[in-house]
Design a protein around this ligand. Structure first.
Ligand SMILES: Cc1cc2nc3c(=O)[nH]c(=O)nc-3n(C[C@H](O)[C@H](O)[C@H](O)COP(=O)(O)O)c2cc1C
Length: 193
């Protein structure tokens, strides 16, 4: 298998290593590194992410620590985004990071002729944990909050394919179920997927 350049973002606002999202990001990295993929990692919980407040800000370059993550994303062939479902979607701090990262000129370019994607040639996987059963989120809620990240942000910037993996019922999952999820994610890492 060809080695891939992979950026893993643990998109949990809480940097505690005891969170399930931290364990899943770790499992993905373990699998990827064991199979020769190159890995860079970002932990949202350890970052200072200012809220983007104006069109003028969106149209200019971000602060240096956000620009460094843009550079990681430019380097990467595959983005892995791990986050918990909070009130039906991505936690506000993760949305804030995505707004910072995908400023005009980086994620996409728009001019009088329309919009052009600037992150083509990259794929992505979202790994989302949630309290409710995953099937309920997909079927009853249409996974709308996650789709807004998949379609409204990542696909808009040209990433393709964008795949997702949902783990539901996390707050009551026993050790065997958790182990199974970590193994599954480690395998995704090994496949660079
Ligand atoms: C602020 C907050 C909002 C939440 N909203 C939802 C929700 O809308 N739907 C759901 O199924 N679970 C919800 N949960 C449960 C979390 O998704 C769950 O605890 C988390 O995925 C566990 O992963 P972690 O150990 O990495 O935090 C919420 C939890 C918190 C703290």
């Amino acid at each position: 298998m060809e080695s891939r350049r992979i950026l893993i973002i643990n998109g949990h606002p809480d940097a505690a290593p005891t969170r399930l999202c931290a364990a899943l990001a770790e499992a993905y990295a373990r699998g990827a590194l064991a199979c020769g993929h190159q890995v860079r990692r970002v932990c949202l919980g350890s970052l200072d992410v200012p809220l983007l407040a104006s069109q003028a800000e969106f149209d200019t370059a971000p602060p240096a620590h956000i620009a460094a993550i843009q550079a990681d994303l430019s380097w990467a062939e595959h983005l892995v985004l791990v986050f918990p479902l909070w009130l039906g979607g991505a936690p506000a701090k993760l949305k804030a990071l995505l707004e910072q990262l995908m400023r005009r000129g980086f994620g996409f370019q728009s001019d009088t002729k329309g919009m052009s994607a600037r992150l083509t040639g990259r794929s992505a996987r979202l790994i989302v944990t949630m309290g409710m059963p995953a099937a309920m989120y997909r079927l009853y809620f249409g996974a709308q909050g996650v789709m807004s990240v998949e379609r409204g942000i990542l696909r808009l910037t040209g990433m393709k394919p964008v795949r997702d993996t949902f783990f539901g019922g996390v707050d009551t999952a026993g050790p065997a179920r958790l182990r199974g999820w970590l193994d599954r994610v480690e395998k995704l890492g090994a496949q660079g997927d």
